[in-house]
Design a protein around this ligand. Structure first.
Ligand SMILES: [Fe+2]
Ligand SMILES: [Fe+2]
Length: 369
């Protein structure tokens, strides 16, 4: 082991203040990205935003943990001081650059032995932020890590107005009824559970599924954005699900191009199902989407996987294998946070789910009024 003198580094208090400032920047980034995600039209841009949202959420979880290790969490992270408050008004790129600049100063100054836990977290944050800004150079500016924080205070996050409907690439046609080819028989659960096997049917089916994945990502993103006072772990779970659903959309996008001879935008999409779930409060959305729609999709996916495997469409069948695996934690998100909203009473949540399910038809769509 090299025998270098220890660096002065930061005092523990200074270190905790720095992490508090990073906390506020990352919280603002996650909150804003969650609100904006449905409004981004380009699939690629939406995908990138969701990926960065998840990176920033994981970074925030580690920053919180480090604050807990350094100082009692009831004091920290506090609220941003006045100067940081001004920084937080900046746009996304400015926030990311300012964060990266501060983390670089921190890495330069800290003692890598006494404070190795910080070193490891900060290296990871710096590497991710560099990737997010695409190698752009960071303009010189103030070191936001050194700004004072206001302890034992909290900061309210600004929530966007309710969403009308999500945005899609301008080449995607949005209609009231969506793709007329996708009849409700495709989505019924039961022994007659239909699996699309004909080429034309599969094209429409996967196109519709890609749109459904995007809507799922958008719903989870807005759950996080519109309920900022939920515990941090809820936002971390939503961020992960946003990223999962966007990855699913990407899988379908690739599958359409490479196996099914069709492309995103070949057929119209519609938002009536999205709107029917989004119209509920958080409890209703979790009950209808995570605990109903996603739970039933699990069984359909497993049946589809088996039928397609038997037919020799292995690469399509294996997509369902992973969709099924990812669906398990998504269903769990419903139970976990629905129970939380019912004051910890899981049975009360299950009754709520049963009650809301009663309002759906056999495909899971709300019965026409
Ligand atoms: Fe999905
Ligand atoms: Fe899902």
């Amino acid at each position: 082991m090299p025998e270098e003198r220890l660096k002065r580094g930061y005092e523990v208090d200074e270190n905790a203040i720095r992490f508090s400032n990073y906390f506020h920047v990352l919280r603002e980034l996650v909150h804003r990205a969650s609100g904006r995600l449905p409004l981004v039209a380009s699939f690629e841009a939406k995908y990138r935003l969701g990926e960065q949202l998840y990176d920033d959420a994981r970074a925030l979880s580690k920053v919180k943990r480090r604050l807990y290790e350094l100082r009692h969490p009831s004091d920290y992270p506090g609220a941003p001081g006045e100067e940081l408050g001004v920084v937080l008004e900046g746009d996304r790129e400015e926030l990311k650059s300012a964060l990266l600049l501060a983390v670089r100063v921190h890495l330069e100054t800290l003692d890598p032995v006494k404070d190795e836990p910080s070193l490891r977290i900060l290296r990871q944050i710096a590497e991710r932020q560099e990737r997010h800004i695409g190698g752009a150079s960071v303009p010189d500016g103030d070191d936001l890590g050194a700004l004072p924080v206001r302890l034992r205070e909290t900061r309210e996050l600004r929530v966007l107005p309710p969403l009308g409907e999500p945005a899609r690439d301008d080449f995607v046609e949005v209609t009231e009824e969506g793709d007329p080819y996708l009849v409700s028989d495709l989505y019924v659960n039961g022994p007659e559970n239909h699996v699309p096997v004909e080429a034309e049917e599969q094209k429409h089916f996967f196109h519709g599924l890609m749109d459904a994945e995007l809507s799922a990502a958008e719903l989870m993103a807005r759950n996080s954005h519109e309920y900022p006072d939920m515990p941090w772990d809820f936002h971390a779970d939503m961020a992960r699900q946003v990223w999962d659903e966007l990855r699913h959309a990407r899988v379908h996008d690739i599958l359409m191009k490479t196996e099914l001879d069709c492309r995103w935008g070949d057929y119209p999409v519609g938002f009536s199902y999205f709107r029917s779930v989004y119209a509920h409060d958080l409890l209703g959305r979790l009950a209808l989407f995570n605990s109903t729609s996603e739970q039933k999709a699990m069984w359909r996916h497993s049946h589809r996987r088996k039928v397609l495997m038997d037919r020799g469409q292995e690469s399509v069948a294996l997509v369902f294998d992973y969709l099924l695996a990812d669906e398990v934690p998504h269903v769990h998100n419903g139970v976990r946070w629905g129970t939380y909203l019912m004051g910890g009473d899981e049975q009360a949540y299950r009754r709520k789910v049963a009650e809301l399910r009663g309002e759906l038809d056999e495909t899971g769509a709300p019965r026409a009024a």
